[in-house]
Unconditional design. Structure first.
Ligand code: GDP
Length: 336
């Protein structure tokens, strides 16, 4: 996707540093652009604001559709967002690339938050590959931080593909679950539970309280079977009701407790550095892959090899090697 309007680098930089939300949104559109000229400008912009980044708490929130994500975020956001604690919410909808529709975007979500001047909400495109779920979300996080947002929530629909990508870009990963719906029904795989720093049983109000408390006991038991991760943090299970507000502040305090604990132990910063390095590798892989796949001459070769694989004439293993060899030859040709 290319941009309709490209502004100057100073325009983006100044707007972001002044927390101009219109410019912040425009800058996120710039980093999502696939046009090389836009990408160069985006890179320059990121470097310019780099020393203003990194100071937020990055929180990933996931759960199946209907788990109560948007209602939960709205309730949490209304309680924690204030002038010196601004909140940015980046929503990623992995369904949109498949259906061209959107699970997250169809309804009016987070209505009161969207009117709060201390809150910035932005849906991000899920990218063109599953591995690239929210492929520019990381850069969007940096821009939001530079604009002064000290709490960043990355919300994604828990349908199994995006959680790993999100986990790698946040400090704290929260899984929202419904009581009594069954793990299979909720599409929650054991691996996702293992990644969670906390599980929250939502909608713990009215007739649902008993069931929610039971689910809390069950999931606590299940989580205690996992060894404490490298962070030294023992994952917690809590209940909440966005309707009554019960449990919401406890969740926030737990997240602050996690940040305090892991900053003291040094894990928080180590994890960020590790994430940055893996981010560098992933982005380089993406650039390289895009360059090869979009090269005119390579496309013909890719098609030919795909046909060979379909007919069973060549292994996928050899095909990949041949593709790389072809790329070397094409490059040599163009360099000589
Ligand atoms: P999402 O798809 O995960 O974002 O879920 P929503 O936030 O849209 O919530 C799905 C449905 O559950 C909506 O009809 C909400 O009104 C309802 N809901 C959300 N949170 C609560 C809650 O705390 N208590 C009750 N009783 N209903 C809730």
């Amino acid at each position: 996707m290319a941009l309709k309007t490209r502004f100057t680098i100073d325009y983006y930089q100044e707007g972001i540093l002044q927390n101009n939300r219109v410019v912040l949104a425009q800058a996120i559109t710039l980093i999502e652009s696939t046009l090389p000229a836009d990408q160069t400008l985006a890179g320059e912009l990121l470097d310019r604001v780099l020393n203003q980044t990194g100071k937020s708490i990055r929180i990933g929130i996931t759960g199946v559709p209907g788990a109560g994500k948007s209602t939960f975020i709205e309730s949490l956001g209304n309680q924690v967002a204030e002038a010196d604690k601004k909140l940015a919410i980046l929503t990623i909808d992995p369904s949109s690339q498949l259906t061209r529709g959107s699970i997250l975007g169809d309804k009016t979500r987070m209505e009161t938050l969207s009117k709060n001047s201390n809150v910035f909400i932005r849906p991000t495109a899920s990218g063109n590959t599953l591995g690239g779920v929210g492929s520019r979300t990381r850069e969007a996080i940096l821009l939001c931080e530079a604009a002064g947002y000290s709490i960043i929530i990355i919300e994604t629909v828990g349908v199994g593909q995006s959680e790993v990508a999100i986990k790698k870009m946040v400090d704290f990963f929260l899984l929202l679950m419904l009581a009594g719906a069954g793990d299979e029904l909720q599409g929650i795989k054991k691996g996702i539970m293992e990644m969670a720093d906390a599980v929250v049983i939502t909608k713990a109000d009215g007739d649902n309280i008993k069931q929610a408390t039971q689910a809390q006991a069950d999931y606590s038991h299940a989580l205690h079977l996992f060894a404490a991760g490298e962070s030294g943090w023992q994952p917690k299970v809590l209940t909440s009701s966005a309707l009554t507000g019960k449990g919401i502040m406890e969740i926030w305090q737990m997240i602050e407790g996690y940040v305090h604990q892991t900053k003291t132990s040094g894990f928080f910063d180590q994890n960020r550095v590790r994430q940055n390095i893996s981010w560098f590798h992933e982005h380089f892989d993406q650039l390289l892959r895009t360059e090869i796949m979009e090269h005119n001459q390579m496309q013909k070769k890719i098609q030919a090899l795909t046909t060979e694989i379909q007919h069973g004439n060549i292994s996928s293993y050899t095909a990949a090697q041949q593709l790389l060899n072809e790329y070397h030859q094409v490059n040599r040709g163009s360099n000589s």
